[in-house]
Design a binder for this molecule. Sequence first.
Ligand code: AMP
Length: 187
Amino acid sequence: MNIVLFGPPGAGKGTQAKYLVKKLNNFQVSTGDMLRDEIQKDTPIGKKIIKNMNDGKFVEDEIVNKLLEKIVFDTTKINKLIFDGYPRTINQAKNLERLLEKSNQKLDHIFFLNVKKEAIIKRVEKRKILEKRSDDDSDTILKRYDTYMEITKPVLDYYSKNKNFHEIDGSMEINDIAQKIEEILKV
Ligand code: AMP
């Protein structure tokens, strides 16, 4: 089962992805984690993306799409993908469709975790203390939210027509969200 977790920064996509990984024995595909890893290892990609990441801007589609390609074609992960933070642009959504088709896979479910801006700001302030992410300060989170509204929201409109699209109230408690998702997946 391949699943996309969709929503604004701080909506809880990573947390729910980890739940689903355990429950389904699937793999979390977090482009944010992959990009942070490139920065930590100081790779050529890492050097190129560090400024955009710290400023709360998106990394170029070309770079992210390339990182993703390896995973979609990884035979050990076929039909076991939980996408968290990808796609974030229409270009990425179309790229994902193309890669899945090429590898004889499909998207089984798309979950939209809907959380309001005020709740996100509060959550991300807490996360900053716990995870010490350099892009979690209040100015940057506002920028990331605006980028989401401007560039990622059209992907939501694109996905919402899909019959496997489910909107979930992402302001609920973590366990309640996980339960709702499991009910829909019947797992
Ligand atoms: P996340 O951990 O998903 O909140 O992502 C952290 C940051 O990584 C984002 O603010 C972007 O700078 C970058 N990033 C993660 N995923 C993508 C993506 N799919 N496209 C472009 N940039 C991304």
